[in-house]
Design a protein around this ligand. Structure first.
Ligand code: NAG
Ligand code: NAG
Ligand code: NAG
Ligand code: NAG
Length: 431
């Protein structure tokens, strides 16, 4: 906030230039997305609700803090200010203020997370598209903007037929019941307004939110209100990357913040333990983290959390492992779309600096550079497990974040919304 105001333009340029295209999962980093060219507008625009991934919508905060981590941090604000993305996180002291504002405090007795003392957090723009289109108020870090613009060119209307359902992505759905009720109300509202069932579209972790939501609705309700679920790049079996993030942090190419610094924030976010690779699906012997003294499989999560010095993480994992951990079918028609053909880390190898240094080596498998295709392909299990079809499309050469921008994906989404039934099994996206 405030005191570094004049430095912002300079920093912003550093921020923009430093971001590598498509390295991120938790941090959205495509700043200048390609232009969306939709086919001519059609009059078939069934209502659509977009559920973003982790870090995928704006958050705002208001503070009146009892103590400060640094005297330069703001102690009290009268207004709501951007917490995500807050460019102060790029400053040497600003990052400490930011972490102290965005962190959650976990209580092992109640199994609940709360905001840092003296911090209120709210999610702006529920039911609108603004807070998922761009993550910052200067409209520089575009996320769903390209897709929404594509839909608008195809006849959709922002805040009306296409809406966003942003949420506090620091929390897992068991701690976000109010959000899930709002989502349900939004579905019903759009259904009644347009006299048609509604499509849900999720990206990455947002797909787990959608699955959790659908798993908790009666089948008759889904039959009536939901037209289908479009899932983009869902880590259905969890993400190996979550383990690395919790171990040694991951700045995802943001300059000026070290991995070990951002780890402080990443360990406070309950959704990171939730996304650990799901034991029901991964082979018992698969080593996710290898160190000179121990090889960690999913049977060793308790020891893992002890060894990295983050015991709360074990409780957070216990609280969240059953939320979507058995992949109950959603009970609606599904289009499961994800990238393949890129080397993706499935084992992180550390030297003796574990857990305070970066991995020194990796083992790769096929995936979208962030999540492996084994995990994303688990939606195939639903074929035959529910009364509705499951369509799976693999995009060869497409990176995790590019799922929300690539014209071939946007085209396919338009086809689905227009009711064109043909769904390719594989699409080549490399030139
Ligand atoms: C956790 O919650 C319990 C019950 O509300 C409370 O008594 C306890 O003080 C809390 N623990 C911490 C560390 O805040
Ligand atoms: C959608 O809602 C937001 C927030 O109220 C507003 O700023 C924006 O102009 C609206 N967009 C349209 C196209 O109505
Ligand atoms: C971990 O697994 C690797 C590969 O199988 C093996 O070479 C190494 O000895 C194991 N390390 C420990 C500490 O068990
Ligand atoms: C999670 O699921 C397992 C296996 O289905 C069950 O034994 C366990 O009690 C569940 N735990 C919670 C906290 O619901």
């Amino acid at each position: 906030m405030g005191s570094w105001g004049r430095l912002f333009p300079v920093l912003l340029m550093g921020f923009l230039l430093g971001l590598h295209h498509s390295t991120a999962f938790w941090i959205v980093n495509v700043v200048f997305p390609p232009n969306a060219k939709a086919r001519p507008a059609s009059n078939s625009t069934p209502p659509l609700i977009i559920i973003p991934g982790s870090l995928g919508n704006q958050l705002e905060a208001k503070i009146d803090k009892p103590t400060l981590v640094h005297w330069l941090c703001y102690k009290k604000t009268d207004h709501w200010f951007p917490l995500w993305i807050d460019l102060n996180m790029l400053m040497p002291i600003g990052v400490d203020c930011w972490i102290d504002n965005i962190r959650l405090v976990y209580n092992r007795t109640t199994h609940r997370s709360s905001n840092s003392p003296g911090v209120e957090v709210r999610v702006p723009g529920f039911g609108q598209t603004s807070s998922i289109e761009f993550l910052d108020q200067n409209k520089l870090s575009g996320y769903f903007h390209t897709m929404v613009q594509h839909l608008v060119n195809a006849g959709y209307v922002r805040n009306e037929t296409v809406r966003g359902a942003p949420y506090d992505w620091r929390l897992s759905p068991n701690e976000n019941t109010e959000y899930l009720e709002k989502l349900k109300d939004l579905v019903v509202e759009m259904y009644e307004q347009y006299q048609q069932p509604v499509f849900l579209l999720g990206h990455s972790m947002g797909c787990h939110y959608v699955l959790y939501f659908l798993n908790h609705q009666p089948q008759a309700w889904k039959d009536k209100y939901i037209k289908g679920f479009i899932s983009l790049g869902a880590p259905w079996g969890g993400a190996v990357k979550a383990l690395r993030i919790l171990t040694s942090g991951e700045n995802d190419g943001i300059p000026m913040i070290s991995n070990i610094k951002i780890r402080e924030e990443q360990r406070m976010v309950a959704t990171n333990p939730w996304m650990l690779p799901f034991p029901n699906f991964w082979p018992k012997k698969h080593v996710f983290i290898s160190t000179p003294t121990f090889n960690y499989t999913h049977q060793d999560y308790q020891r893992f959390f002890t060894d990295i010095g983050f015991q709360d993480g074990w409780y957070m994992w216990e609280d969240t492992k059953n939320l979507t951990g058995d992949l109950q079918p959603p009970g609606v028609e599904v289009w499961c779309m994800y990238g393949v053909g890129l080397p993706t880390i499935v084992t992180n190898i550390y030297d003796s600096e574990f857990p305070n240094g970066d991995p020194v080596d990796f083992i790769y498998a096929d995936g979208d550079d962030t999540v492996d295709s084994f995990s994303m392909g688990l939606c195939k299990l639903w074929e035959g497990m529910q009364n509705y079809p499951v369509h799976v499309t693999e995009y060869r050469g497409l990176a995790h974040l590019d799922m929300v921008y690539h014209e071939k994906v946007l085209d396919q989404i338009q086809n689905i919304l227009e009711g064109k039934s043909e769904t390719p099994r594989e699409v080549e996206t490399r030139f």
